[in-house]
Ligand binder design. Sequence first.
Ligand code: RIB
Length: 299
Amino acid sequence: MITVFGSINMDLIATTARLPKPGETVAGNGFSTAAGGKGANQALAARRAGRIVHMAGAVGRDGFAEPALALLKDAGTELGTVKQVDEPTGTALILVGGDGENMIAVVPGANGTVTSADADAAIDAMSKGDILMLQLEVPTSAVERALARARAKGVTTVLNLAPLIDDAPRLGRLADIVIANETEFERLAGQEDMGGDDREAALKQLNAETGQTLIVTLGADGVIAIRDGVISRAKGLKIEPVDTVGAGDTFCGYFAASLDEGLDFDVSLRRAAVAGSLACLKQGAQPSIPSSAEVAKAL
Ligand code: RIB
């Protein structure tokens, strides 16, 4: 069983021929809304990968609450630990350029009301051997509490170090498995402008120091990871990205689901990388998350 403790957003998405520079206005050529939030996206990915998934988090009592949870609900995700509060449902304002790259501003709203007591309730419902997945879009005090309680209970903790916040290096030390992109990993390792050799050396050093499993996603170059001193690499698919929003979350959800299913570590990395690639082929975070059948076909 997987519990995802994290954010739930409504994404407001404008597409533009190219992304604006600071202070610049560009014409948009499309607008849509889609369910999002790193936590919810990861929960849906794990669910579409075929696992039992509980989502813990918060939404408002506004018009965005229902659509933000709709795809999770349709997929059969357990939503009993999603609370409703007076703050507005979290929103993300997203610009997607013609090359598939994006800019995102997140307004936490209800996500900011998630507390240590919510963490306790979520972990109390878990058992030894379950997987807890977290990100950094809910208050760090709650994330820290969830990590500590889960570890004490023998729950495997997977922390996606996104979005990058000041506390990331400290929190990153508290999980069994850390998933970071290149920039987030540089912050975790305390070193800037890493080349491939620097990254591998830093992975080996951190793994030797902490015993943690570390995974660094490299966009089109796939992923590099270390577990028990052994380096692994996996590639996704060669694709022309339409929209990369949610691709990292899809990777995280599929990776957690594959571990939960008992798949081999390297097989889990490759499956997650392929799922992440497929998520770049459609617009919107949650609408683009592939089913397990689609991933199996692409593998
Ligand atoms: O990782 C993508 C997600 O980041 C979006 O769905 C948006 O809601 C932000 O949380």
